[in-house]
Design a protein around this ligand. Structure first.
Ligand SMILES: C[S@@+](CC[C@H](N)C(=O)[O-])C[C@H]1O[C@@H](n2cnc3c(N)ncnc32)[C@H](O)[C@@H]1O
Length: 191
């Protein structure tokens, strides 16, 4: 590898300014195979559109938006936190890390059915976060195994297929109006 390639290679792994980190396709394919959604699915941070693609494959009506237009399958440009006018039956997303809690709050205001967010599993452990979660209609937590790798979008665009991830993630699933304790289970790559 020459110096130019080395610099480019290091650069695509830099922290992404808009938190564009892309989950593996199986993570949403397995969600839609496991969790039932009635009505349409909206992803307000759809990036290269992997969640929308999995929703389409599951036969669900779907729509997406993102702060930046990153792909043909995610064409609507919108800041979900300040501009969202779209009301959906369900919101399913891998939110930008730095705005993750604000995305959950906003999604719970916008969705009429379920909200499913891909979030670090450690949210279940933090004292402040877990106390806040207790005040929300959290229905189910699906711990994802094996650990998904979540590289910056430019890494995927460069055709690199990175190996195992370092952080634990789960699908946090809320159901509007739910008033009980959350259930937990595993979401495995192989059923
Ligand atoms: C973790 S990535 C989602 C990856 C996506 N699932 C994919 O297939 O590429 C988060 C996305 O949120 C977008 N984003 C960041 N801030 C946002 C905001 N305020 N409103 C809407 N989208 C935002 C980023 O541009 C990025 O594409």
């Amino acid at each position: 590898m020459n110096d130019e390639h080395r610099i480019l290679n290091a650069k695509i792994w830099d922290r992404h300014p808009d938190d564009w980190y892309v989950e593996p396709e199986w993570v949403s394919e397995r969600l839609f195979a496991t969790e039932k959604f009635e009505g349409n699915v909206y992803d307000p941070a759809c990036g290269m559109g992997r969640i929308l693609k999995a929703a389409a494959a599951a036969g669900l009506e779907h729509v997406g938006s993102d702060l930046i237009m990153r792909s043909e399958s995610c064409r609507m440009q919108m800041d979900f936190l300040t501009e969202a006018f779209y009301r959906a039956d369900n919101i399913v997303s891998n939110p930008p890390f730095k705005h993750a809690e604000a995305f959950v709050v906003r999604a719970l205001e916008r969705a009429t059915g379920k909200v499913a967010m891909l979030l670090p599993s450690k949210w279940m452990h933090g004292d402040k976060r877990s106390r806040w979660l207790e005040t929300t209609p959290l229905r189910r937590v699906l711990y994802i195994t094996p650990r998904p790798s979540m590289p910056p979008g430019p890494v995927i665009e460069a055709g690199i297929n990175p190996g195992g991830g370092k952080e634990d993630f789960a699908w946090f699933i809320w159901l509007r109006g739910y008033d009980g304790r959350p259930e937990s289970s595993w979401l495995r790559r192989e059923a």
